[in-house]
Design a protein around this ligand. Structure first.
Ligand code: C5P
Length: 229
């Protein structure tokens, strides 16, 4: 079975405010999505990548991304989970029913090689897994009126990151069932959980940030420098 990097990149990124979708913004001179793909495809265990893009996206072709490994484009959907489903459907049609999907946000270009290797080493089976790190801040629950109702116990709480690694067919079925049940699915692990799965939590890095707001680009640049390029 192969491992495919699956990149949902069909979002419009309204919080960034500019005309260029955030995955195409230059990060230290190279578009965010190109940096993300470079890192995932550098892993020997990763066979290739499938990118889900908005059908109206004309930036991808302009990018001219080339790699010695296969990189395919499929149309994304209305929600992130629809974009992931679109890739899984395509992979199944291509004969990848025994393959694995390493689903990673296109806008997380600072993912580290060590955390990627850890995830693939430990979560490449039916159960699957995700990168995550323990919550370090104190958490407050509000009373709905701007005051603290109580402090939430952070023991056992984790920040969920991507990549997340699951078998193509298991994730496809889980996303379909979660969709039918009308659940809001913000990551792939939550679809697996909704059908009774218990994905592994694999230690990841807080530096594996998702570029969401303009200030995140400067932060990502500093992280790349700290990582040594
Ligand atoms: O908007 P958010 O930051 O949660 O997006 C996370 C990732 O999901 C981004 O890479 C974005 O392009 C992708 N996405 C998608 N299809 C959508 C919405 C978001 O592929 N309909």
């Amino acid at each position: 079975p192969r491992i495919w990097a699956v990149l949902p990149a069909a979002g419009v990124g309204r919080r960034m405010g500019g005309p260029l979708p955030k995955q195409y913004l230059p990060l230290a001179g190279r578009p965010v999505i190109a940096r993300t793909l470079d890192r995932l495809l550098a892993l020997p265990a990763v066979h290739g990548a499938v990118v889900a893009l908005s059908p109206e996206d004309n930036h991808w072709d302009a990018l001219g991304y080339r790699h010695r490994k296969p990189v395919h484009r499929v149309p994304g959907g209305a929600e992130r989970s629809d974009s992931v489903q679109s890739v899984l459907h395509w992979l199944a049609e291509q004969g990848g029913t025994r393959d694995y999907a390493l689903v990673h946000d296109a806008v997380r270009p600072c993912v580290g090689m060590a955390e990627l290797e850890r995830l693939i080493d430990r979560a490449r089976d039916e159960r699957g897994g995700l990168l995550a790190f323990p919550v370090r801040d104190t958490l407050k629950r509000d009373d709905g009126d701007g005051h603290v109702a109580r402090t939430v116990d952070r023991e056992g709480l984790w920040h969920a990151l991507t990549p997340q690694l699951f078998p193509v067919m298991a994730l496809r079925e889980a996303l379909a069932k979660a969709g039918e049940a009308g659940l809001t699915i913000t990551d792939d692990a939550s679809a697996m959980e909704a059908v009774g799965g218990r994905p592994r939590l694999i230690p990841g890095e807080a530096t594996n940030i998702k570029i969401t707001r303009p200030a995140d680009l400067a932060l990502a640049e500093a992280i790349l420098v700290a990582q040594g390029g």
